[in-house]
Design a protein around this ligand. Structure first.
Ligand code: NG1
Ligand code: ZN
Length: 528
């Protein structure tokens, strides 16, 4: 490692004095103007991680659903997963080091992680459509090359596409071809195989309206739609030709505002969905005949998917351990429906997909979704091999179910939550089951809920336990929440510091939106 050269180059990507950023739930994120040094240093870190794991490492330049002027970066580990926690700490240390300390911090990481510097390194890079992304990804490349790493720049990709490329490269081609064409072909073939089973009934061609948040999702859907257009036509809105990225549109806007995005024309009963800025989240929605808006979030997506997988497994007659993973933000109705009606075990983890992903890996089939629409399904290698064998061997009804499941397995992006892949899975399931969007929505009724952001002086005074559902500090906070919650039926509430913004998030749900005071008033009026 030529530290002299590294330091010289690092000075060209100088860190603003005193600027401290932390590698949070989704990597580094802030205004794009403050990120040049972070990008360069993440290029350096990716090389070290690649040498240590002897694998290809990914670097994604994006700030997902955040405003267009922001940007961010995260590293992708060998199996397409989020960076390991100990390396998140190294990332924070390296990003926070003043210029003169960079050399020392690098050497410490090499020593602590026993990085063999003689190993070769390979890094793959991609970026979203933000105006700042191209220059920032050049800074990543600068960091990679100064440490002697080799790289491939994929240019514009969705975040889950980059995770997919990393996974493919490190699985020796077993998972698929590490090209955009390989991705499009794998998913489209699985989708067409599934929808071919339905089209014989002479149905009119299915279509879905997609709000692309003015981001990369539009570009990538356009690139891919001709592969599957026989089974589905996608009508793109907010495709980036006019509006600003994530502005009044996209999955985060729709989920948090519980209203349709601007720039989409909705007719009663039409299926619509929204991606976020880097196309790793998706939510569905529709308007009913009275013009009321109905949101179908990640919880209902997880329910549709896990119910369908469970039905297929019953038909095949295989006993497979299937579980669903959620966070505290999952609507109580979804958890109850899954546990009590579907008899599927449900687990709750801390917020952030890496926690859900790891928990889901413990099952033969693990379905995980955050309420905000980020999620996927994971299949153990043993299950995948068994199902694909049964799909070939069996010729009866069981064989048909096994072939359906085999295609569904291929249709999921098992490296990361993926709006395009999830959309195709959902569209295939709705078509196969002959469900309208209203019928899907009616599986269960969401408990009324609210999520708010509160600005506080120091959000770190709040610490939590029990998958963030209980506050440990400050003293008295949890007791105060308990006192309020016990006045209502089916009520739940919690607070936690955000991992991506300098705010505290407050969540509450109950079986009615009527407040305790209102209901007391109502009762006493009724009695008089
Ligand atoms: P924080 O800011 O830690 O709540 C948010 C989302 C997460 C996850 C990350 C990364 C909510 C309540 N939180 O985390 O689910 O998506 O951003 O993007 O939606
Ligand atoms: Zn995203």
């Amino acid at each position: 490692m030529d530290l002299e050269a590294v330091c010289k180059r690092s000075a060209l990507h100088a860190k603003p004095q005193g600027l401290i950023l932390q590698y949070g739930t989704a990597g580094f994120r802030t205004n794009a103007q403050h990120l040049d040094h972070i990008m360069f240093r993440m290029g350096l870190l990716a090389v070290l991680r690649s040498k240590q794991t002897r694998s290809t490492i990914g670097v994604m330049v994006t700030a997902s659903h955040n405003p267009e002027e922001d940007n961010g970066v995260k590293l992708v580990d060998p199996l397409g997963e989020m960076l390991a926690p100990s390396w998140e700490e190294h990332a924070t240390c390296l990003a926070s080091a003043e210029e003169q300390d960079v050399r020392q911090v690098l050497a410490a990481i090499v020593e602590k992680e026993a990085v063999d510097l003689t190993q070769t390194a390979f890094v793959v890079i991609a970026r979203d459509t933000r105006p700042s992304s191209e220059k920032l990804s050049q800074s990543v490349i600068d960091g990679v090359t100064v440490l002697g790493g080799q790289f491939h720049d994929y240019g514009l990709l969705t975040t889950p596409q980059l995770h997919y490329m990393v996974y493919c490269r490190n699985s020796g081609g077993r998972y698929g071809q590490a090209t955009v064409e390989g991705y499009c072909q794998k998913l489209s073939k699985a989708f067409v195989d599934l929808t071919n089973q339905v089209s014989c009934s002479g149905d009119v061609k299915r279509s879905v309206k997609v709000d692309c948040a003015n981001g990369i999702g539009a570009l990538k859907l356009r690139e891919m739609e001709h592969y599957f257009s026989r089974g589905l036509s996608v009508l793109l809105f907010n495709d980036g030709t006019q509006g600003r990225l994530n502005h009044l549109c996209g999955a985060d806007f729709v989920k948090s505002q519980q209203k349709p995005p601007q720039g989409i024309e909705m007719k009663s009963g039409e299926r619509c969905c929204s991606f976020d800025g880097d196309a790793d989240r998706i939510v569905y929605y529709y308007c009913d005949a009275d013009g009321h808006f109905h949101l179908i979030d990640g919880d209902k997506i997880a329910t549709l998917i896990s119910s369908f997988l469970k039905e297929l497994l019953l038909e095949i007659g295989e006993s497979v351990n299937l579980g669903v993973v959620q966070t505290a933000y999952a609507n109580g109705s979804s958890t109850r429906y899954l546990e009590e009606v579907m008899k599927v075990p449900v687990y709750c983890t801390k917020t952030g997909v890496k926690h859900l992903h790891h928990k889901a890996q413990e099952f033969d089939i693990g379905v995980y979704f955050e309420a905000n629409g980020h999620g996927t399904a994971l299949f153990s290698e043993a299950v995948e091999v068994k199902i694909k064998r049964l799909a070939q061997e069996l010729d009866d009804g069981k064989g048909k179910a096994a072939r359906t499941l085999a295609s569904i397995i291929d249709l999921f992006n098992q490296a990361a939550g993926d709006a395009i892949s999830d959309m195709l899975v959902i569209e295939a399931i709705l078509a196969l089951k002959g469900l309208t969007v209203q019928q899907w929505d009616a599986i269960y009724v969401d408990l009324p809920n609210r999520q708010l952001k509160v600005k506080v002086a120091d959000r770190r005074v709040i610490s939590t336990t029990d998958a963030e559902r209980q506050a440990v500090t400050p003293p008295g906070l949890q007791e105060a929440i308990n006192d309020l919650v016990k006045k209502y039926t089916l009520a739940r509430a919690f607070v936690r510091p955000s991992g991506t913004e300098d705010i505290v998030r407050v969540y509450a749900e109950a079986n009615s939106q009527v407040s305790w005071h209102q209901s007391i008033e109502f009762e006493s009026r009724r009695k008089t």
